[in-house]
Write a protein that binds this ligand. Structure first.
Ligand SMILES: Nc1ncnc2c1ncn2[C@@H]1O[C@H](COP(=O)(O)OP(=O)(O)OP(=O)(O)O)[C@@H](O)[C@H]1O
Ligand SMILES: [Mg+2]
Length: 362
């Protein structure tokens, strides 16, 4: 899957821009504040239905304008497949797929699957468990068809159960518990299987990107590991009633990363954390590509940040070898050598305007 056309109107400092990207590598070069991240943000809006840097959609709209639009055409092996459109007007977000309004952002995600590596990508290593759960769940959403329904069911029941626990209403509590346990066990199994496939791939990338022995990964389910969920859940009911919320379950899951027995977040340097996070994202892309027999897009914002020239090149090689469409930004062309890649386009950005320098391989 690739974006063959991207049109942006009134997004941050981009007044109007139309870009025809390469289906493989796109390098976007511009000085600080020129509009590089804004371009990635526009693609992310199309594929995820939200921004990665502003929770408030009004902030994304160009100052003193009322409406932002982003339009994109997707391409699958040379054939145009879908048109996607996003509009933000007076704080209201609307999406269109093939000309029809679409409420579910999951539909955008399945038509334009994309991953983002941002300068704060090391959050995957040192951030909260929630960030790692989201990461795992993004992968599962794409490769496991039943996942979304089970995930939604689990979260719905969990919220209802927590509302009853807050009211100390233990009499009708039990009616939810069997359903919660059933969804929790399914969700846990999906995540376990996915993490196993992911870690296998990630170890391969890690050994290429990092000069350390090994990162040890451990999936934490969200309850004491020796116990079956049903037992762990039931023995905790009194404690849940006292606490006023559900304390054990997949909503507390995590992926623990250790180096020589110590937390990876403590031991690894800033650049190493970024590389470890990149290895996980590359692994996620590889699992996606294998399962779906298509490639997801990868957006890399400020690839050179924190990386020396050897690791920049290593990472670029691994990204390119994934076979999918890439959008990579940097402040200077000298920081990212793309001469060895055959299919590419180089864009320069100035004050929100884009010019293309090189066409595929020329
Ligand atoms: N709502 C908005 N309306 C107009 N301009 C905006 C808006 N929000 C942000 N900007 C401006 O848009 C410009 C482009 O920002 P962007 O983050 O895309 O730059 P960048 O090229 O990624 O820079 P850097 O290299 O520093 O990361 C900035 O100058 C910023 O101040
Ligand atoms: Mg930026």
């Amino acid at each position: 899957m690739a974006l063959s056309l991207l049109s942006i109107h009134n997004l941050r400092n981009i007044q109007i821009a139309t870009v025809e990207p390469s289906t493989r590598l796109n390098l976007i070069i511009g000085s600080n504040g020129s509009g590089k991240t804004s371009l990635l943000e526009s693609i992310y809006l199309l594929g995820r239905g939200k921004s990665f840097r502003s929770a408030y959609s009004r902030k994304i709209v160009r100052h003193d304008q009322v409406e932002l639009t982003v339009f994109g055409k997707t391409d699958y092996q040379g054939e145009q497949t879908h048109s996607l459109g996003i509009q933000i007007k007076e704080g209201r977000f609307r999406a269109k797929i093939d000309g029809k309004y679409e409420q579910k952002s999951s539909m955008l995600a399945s038509l334009l699957p994309l991953l983002l590596i941002s300068p704060d990508g090391d959050k995957l290593i040192k951030g909260s468990p929630r960030q790692r759960r989201r990461f795992i769940d993004w992968g599962l959403f794409h490769v496991k068809q039943e996942f979304l329904a089970v995930w939604q069911r689990y979260n719905r029941i969990l919220q209802q159960r927590n509302a009853l626990l807050r009211q100390k209403n233990s009499t009708i509590l039990q009616s939810w518990d069997a359903q919660l346990i059933d969804a929790a066990i399914k969700l846990d199994q999906f995540r376990r299987d996915y993490v196993m496939a992911l870690v296998r791939q990630a170890q391969d990338y890690l050994s290429q990107l990092l000069d350390i022995e090994q990162i040890e990964f451990r999936y934490r389910a969200g309850w004491p590991s020796a116990e079956e969920y049903q037992i762990a859940f039931i023995e905790n009911i009194d404690s849940d009633i006292k606490a006023g919320f559900t304390q054990r379950g997949p909503h507390r899951a995590d992926l623990i990363m250790r180096v020589d027995g110590r937390s990876a977040a403590e031991v690894l340097s800033g650049g190493q954390q970024k590389l470890a996070a990149c290895a996980l994202l590359l692994a996620q892309a590889a699992v996606f590509n294998q399962c779906k027999q298509e490639n997801c897009l990868i957006l890399v914002d400020d690839l050179p940040a924190e990386l020396d020239s050897i690791h920049r090149q290593l990472l670029m090689d691994l990204l390119y070898s994934q076979g999918g469409q890439l959008f990579v930004t940097a402040t200077s062309q000298s920081l990212v050598d793309i001469s060895r890649y055959s299919e590419k386009k180089l864009f320069h950005v100035k004050q929100g305007g884009f010019t293309v320098e090189k066409e595929d391989g020329n």
